[in-house]
Design a protein around this ligand. Structure first.
Ligand code: PLP
Length: 337
């Protein structure tokens, strides 16, 4: 399995500091999760039949014609390469890079011919592949592709039986670049996650938007009871709670800008999304920063493979912001000496 952020137990073992003492900034998950409501007792007791109201709530929230609930976007990321293999055989696949590594990993594992292409090269690459996978906005860099580009690439691919997979797991703060409204077009598959903006990564809930035929095949492959009863009930509450969503969007915009400017104050030119900031650095400098933070009990995400750099999520409270600011001050002073 690949390494990801949020692996606090590793941090605790490696640096000899107990889990509760860490400030975990290693993911892009909203540190202020949706407050989960009390559940009806049958959520635990009954086998989780698909509740049509959940898919409808998702269609309304994500502005998509048709959606299939899945156990996190990850379930679809793992299933799509196999589905493609069964329906079309080994395919030429382009995955935008650097990006969430699970996409490339699973396409390569299923015997497809996989090529990682930087965002700047996607427009040309679309002519020489059968499947293209793009995270929009991207994790970790925050790079975005305008919807009109994605829709034109999707049309080109569909004309030869190809697919465009757009992973919008981090798309809640940028609805204007979503292509979910057009996901009833052939070959366009859009992934959404309840884990990031709603801060409910442990719930394991996501959605796939695509044409009916694609969703039926995917559902068949994932099998019965793919999403637990509690996840269905909590997901529906979160997706329909416009008041919480509105307030959270405003709060995250403020916090995202605060993180950006805190880094800028320490001469770090970062970019990303409201939920995380990213900057690339030479490997030695990135490792030194990661160690500097870890020694102060701050767990950041170090990238060393597809690209070298650091990703930082939002502190969950004022004390966390102060701790981060102090650690950045120490780094900056030390760096200048
Ligand atoms: C871009 C992207 N897509 C999908 C996922 C998987 O999210 P989940 O399975 O929790 O929906 C992640 C997780 O970090 C991600 O970064």
């Amino acid at each position: 399995m690949l390494e990801h952020g949020g692996n606090l137990r590793d941090a605790a073992l490696r640096f000899g500091r107990p889990v509760p003492d860490w400030l975990d900034l290693s993911t892009g998950i909203n540190p202020q999760p949706y407050p989960v409501p009390d559940l009806a007792p049958d959520a635990w007791h009954r086998l989780p039949e698909n509740d049509p109201a959940l898919a409808l709530a998702a269609c309304a929230y994500y502005n998509a014609p048709l959606m299939l609930p899945v156990a996190g976007t990850q379930a679809a990321i793992q299933a799509l390469p196999r589905l493609r293999l069964l329906s079309n055989g080994p395919s030429k696949v382009v995955v935008a890079a650097p990006s969430y590594a699970e996409h490339a990993h699973h396409w390569a594992q299923h015997g497809h011919q996989m090529r990682a292409v930087p965002y700047a090269g996607l427009r040309t690459a679309v002519d020489s592949c059968d499947v293209m996978v793009v995270c929009n906005p991207n994790n970790p860099t925050g790079a975005t592709v305008p919807p009109y580009c994605l829709l034109s690439w999707s049309q080109k691919l569909a004309a030869r039986g190809g697919w465009l997979v757009v992973d919008e797991a981090f798309g809640d703060m940028t609805p204007h670049i979503s292509v979910a409204p057009w996901s009833d077009r052939p070959g366009l598959i859009v992934l959404r996650s309840v884990g990031k903006f709603f801060g409910l990564a442990g719930l394991r809930l996501g959605f796939v938007a695509a044409q009916q035929q694609m969703l039926t095949t995917l559902a068949d492959q994932l099998g019965p009871w793919a999403v637990s009863g509690p996840a269905q009930q909590i997901g529906r509450a979160a997706l329909t709670d416009r008041t919480w969503q509105h307030a959270m969007r405003t709060e995250l915009l403020v916090d995202g800008a605060r993180l950006h400017w805190l880094l800028a104050d320490h001469d770090i030119k970062a970019h990303g999304s409201a939920l995380y900031q990213w900057w690339s650095w030479p490997q030695m400098q990135a490792v030194a920063f990661w160690e500097h933070m870890a020694q102060r009990g701050i767990w950041v995400r170090l990238f060393e493979h597809q690209a070298c750099g650091i990703r930082l999520g939002l502190p969950p409270h004022e004390e966390g912001w102060k701790r981060l600011a102090q650690a950045l001050d120490d780094w900056h002073t030390q760096d200048k000496q």
